[in-house]
Each structure stands twice: as structure tokens, then as C-alpha cells.
Ligand binder design. Structure first.
Ligand SMILES: [Cu+2]
Length: 452
């Protein structure tokens, strides 16, 4: 993992990012260097060293854009450009993004800051950036042709505005939007409260929901797809390529989820109930927050929820649309449950000796199969846990709550050791034969009917 200092100090930053021409045109105006990375692991949060204290956010499988102070203004430099993103081990996509990654780096600042965000366009067509949810002058709103001109290829434009309120916002193009967003251009924008104690938490995670339609064996998303996506991603990653949310027992935790896909996603977390604390419109007053275990994230919206990490364990967190927790390859398969494929298997094996019949007892076989698959894809269900295949893909990760994890440590603690007496186990007593129940209300009042 790279921290901010490493990013700025190793020459990773900026070296090849801006074309010589764009650089020389803008450097005399003092353009800040553009940091970039091609990393897909979660990077360490950027702890503030000056100004208002805040607990920085952690972007799962993402990173935070460095800034510099110039004459009291926080300056950032985004570069819109083609990127290669590893979605999970074995699958890479050719996307468009910012500063080397899709999704783009998280922008993080403080309520009351004035920000100047330089945007360099290295795409083959004009772009713009809309600052979703921010209250700002109309001319900075980034709608191509409406609020201002687009940014032509090779040019750098500057957006500048005051951050009037704290909260969770997003950024994305408002220019050839269907193409540019389908290609992966989006990021999150967190504004911390001016008062460091306001709604403060110990761990603050960011997830951007996005989706792609990339056929197995290919690399570029089908940008005309409206609904039938085959890769459901968090920060342009699919499980098992999504890092866990590592939490110390007793922490106050916030998870902020933005949705820039074409459909809603009910995000469900196991082991806890939580309270909705923030939307992209602002903070939900504590007395108005109601408990949930799943929260629907509408299209073009952000929802944050908070919980106290009391319960130790490995807790699944995932989209509850079951097709969104599987990867490509599974979408056009007929249902074979209950079918006898013996005869047809014999016939197919005459021409294709390696043929394996799948799906007659459900699709769980897919979770452990290791048969050859096309290049540049992953099985539809994947990932191994302590006890076997997890049989998930897509929008899925694990909240790992452990004792005594140091503040700021997000490294994977491995699988949870459930105490044996609290782990599901095989029943080894008698299993009574089924009995037809005619009077359920009194059935078990006769204890002699319960055996074992
Ligand atoms: Cu979903």
C-alpha cells in the first residue's frame, strides 16, 4: 500500500500523467502535479497534518487524492484518462477513469474550505466534471454546454468553489454521460465537518457501486447496455477482489455507499442493525434515524449508515439482489435443476470428452469448479473461506470485527475463529421420520413426539 507521502515522493506521482504540451501550458500558472496509481489494493487513509483534524475515510480498493495548499485554497488535480483496472485476480478491464484508476481517487476536504480542482482531459473526446450534491455557483456545476463549456482533449480547466456543507458527495462527467460513466468515470467526494467532534466515527469506509458489461475473454465494457450488466462492482472490483472492512471491537463505524449504476442496490450487512446517518442531501438527525439491516441505495444517490462494532466475527456485507453477487458467465444458462443429463452427457462426450454436466443439483458446483475458463474472466461464484467455497461474486465483502485492532490498522486479520460451541455443527442424534400434522397448535404439547 502507498501512503500519501510515498505517492508524492517516489516519482509515481505525475511523471507521465500530463502530456508535455499540457504540462508546459499550465505549469507557468502553477498547476499542482497529478498523483497517479495503478494499485487496486486499499491504500492507507490520508491523515490530516495541518488545519482541522478529522478521521480520514478509507476507500475500499481505492485511494485519496493528495492536495496542496496555495494561498489558502486546497488545490487538487484530476486527470481524466484511459486506465487498466484489475477487477479481481485474473480479470482486467480497459476503462476510463481518473489518475490511473477507475473508480477515481476520493477527494477529501473540510467544510468551509475553498477548493480549486484542476481537471486535465486525456480522453479522445471532451469531458466535464459534475460535483454531485455540492451547493456551488451554477457555472461550476459541470454540465457540458449548460453550466459551462466541456474540457477539450488535451486541455486543463479549473473548477473552484467553497465547500458550504459537510457530507458525502460524488463526482462524475456530465458530458457524453452514457459512454463516460459506462466506462467507469466516477469517484467520491467527502467533506468533513468543521467541528472535529460532529458525528465523528473511528472507522469510515467508502464504497462506490458501479457495473460493467464485459463479455468473458474481452476487456472493454459494452457501453450501450441498459440493464443486463454481468459485472457488479464496488469501486470497480468484484469479489473475491474486494478487500474486507477491518474493524476493532467497540469502534464507531460508518459505511458510505454511493450508487452510479443503472439500478438500485439493497445493501445488507449481517450481524448488526445500523442507523442511516447521512444522505447526499445532508445529515439525518439522530432522533430521525431508524434501524435497518438492509438499506436500498437508489440510483444517483448516497446513503451512509453507522453502527457500534460490538459483535466479533466475520460478517457478510453484500447487495441483496442475488444476481449482483455473482460474476460473468452465469447469465444465459438454462435451468437444469432436477434434469437427468446422463444421456445427453454421453452424447456430448463423444465429441467433447472433457464435458462436465453442470447445474442439475443447483449451481453450487460453480463455486468450487476448477475447470478451464475463458481468458480474462473469473468463475461466476468464487472466493474461499475458512470452511469452504463462499459461492459469491460481484458486490460482496466481509466486515471483520476483532478485539484490539490498532487505530489506523486496516490489514486483513484472516478468518474469524468462532468458539466451537457457537459454530453450526452436524446433528448426530436420531432424525425422526416425518409425521403428518393435523393440529399444529397442540402437536408438540405431547413431548413423547419429540425424539432424539
Ligand atoms: Cu445490487
Amino acid at each position: 500500500m502507498l501512503n500519501r507521502r510515498q505517492l508524492l515522493g517516489t516519482g509515481v506521482a505525475g511523471a507521465t500523467l500530463v502530456s508535455t504540451r499540457a504540462w508546459s501550458q499550465t505549469s507557468n500558472r502553477g498547476l499542482p502535479e497529478a498523483a497517479l496509481t495503478s494499485e487496486s489494493a486499499t491504500q492507507a487513509p490520508v491523515v490530516p497534518t495541518t488545519g482541522v483534524d478529522y478521521n480520514p475515510v478509507v476507500t475500499l480498493n481505492g485511494w485519496t487524492l493528495p492536495f496542496r495548499m496555495k494561498d489558502g485554497v486546497k488545490e487538487f488535480h484530476l486527470v481524466a484518462e484511459p486506465v487498466e483496472r484489475e477487477l479481481a485476480e485474473g480479470t482486467t478491464a480497459y476503462l476510463w477513469g481518473y489518475n490511473g484508476t477507475s473508480t477515481g481517487p476520493t477527494i477529501e476536504a473540510v467544510e468551509g474550505d475553498r477548493v480549486r480542482i484542476f481537471v486535465t482531459n486525456r480522453l479522445p473526446e471532451p469531458t466535464s466534471v459534475h460535483w454531485h450534491g455540492q451547493i456551488l455557483p451554477s457555472g461550476m456545476d459541470g454540465v457540458h454546454g449548460l453550466s459551462g463549456p466541456g474540457i477539450p482533449t488535451g486541455k486543463t480547466y479549473a473548477y473552484e468553489f467553497d465547500l458550504l456543507k459537510s457530507g458525502t458527495f460524488m463526482y462524475h462527467p456530465h458530458a457524453d454521460e452514457m459512454v463516460q460513466m459506462a466506462m467507469g468515470m466516477m469517484g467520491m467526494f467527502v467533506v468533513h465537518p468543521k467541528d472535529p467532534t460532529f458525528r465523528r466515527v473511528d472507522r469510515d469506509f467508502l464504497i462506490m457501486l458501479n457495473a460493467f458489461d464485459i463479455d468473458p475473454g474481452t476487456y472493454v465494457p459494452r457501453i450501450m447496455e441498459m440493464t443486463d450488466f454481468n459485472l457488479w462492482t464496488w469501486n470497480s472490483r468484484i469479489f473475491p477482489g474486494i478487500d474486507p472492512l477491518v474493524v476493532s471491537q467497540g469502534d464507531d463505524v460508518r459505511v458510505r455507499v454511493g450508487n452510479l449504476t443503472m439500478t438500485n442496490h439493497p445493501i445488507h450487512m449481517h450481524g448488526y442493525d445500523f442507523k442511516v446517518s447521512c444522505t447526499d442531501g445532508g445529515w439525518v438527525p439522530p432522533e430521525a434515524a431508524w434501524p435497518e439491516v438492509s438499506i436500498d441505495i437508489p440510483v444517483g444517490a448516497m446513503r451512509a449508515f453507522d453502527f457500534k462494532a460490538d459483535h466479533l466475527g466475520d460478517w457478510a456485507i453484500h447487495c441483496h439482489k442475488s444476481h449482483h453477487t455473482m460474476n460473468a458467465m452465469g447469465h444465459d444458462i438454462p435451468t437444469f435443476i432436477g434434469a437427468d443429463k446422463t444421456a445427453v452427457t454421453q452424447k456430448i462426450r463423444q465429441v467433447q470428452p472433457e464435458y462436465m454436466p453442470m447445474g442439475t443439483a443447483g449451481m453450487a458446483d460453480m463455486g468450487k469448479m476448477e475447470m478451464p475458463i475463458p481468458k480474462n474472466t473469473v468463475p461466476m461464484m468464487n472466493g474461499w473461506g475458512k470452511y469452504g467455497p463462499i459461492e459469491m461474486g460481484g458486490m460482496f465483502s466481509v466486515v471483520k470485527v476483532r478485539q484490539g485492532i490498532a487505530a489506523g490498522d486496516y490489514s486483513d486479520p484472516g478468518w474469524y475463529d468462532s468458539p466451537p460451541e457457537t459454530t453450526v455443527a452436524e446433528w448426530t442424534g436420531d432424525v425422526p421420520a416425518p409425521v403428518e400434522v393435523t393440529d399444529a397448535a397442540t402437536h408438540y404439547t405431547d413431548l413423547s413426539k419429540i425424539s432424539g
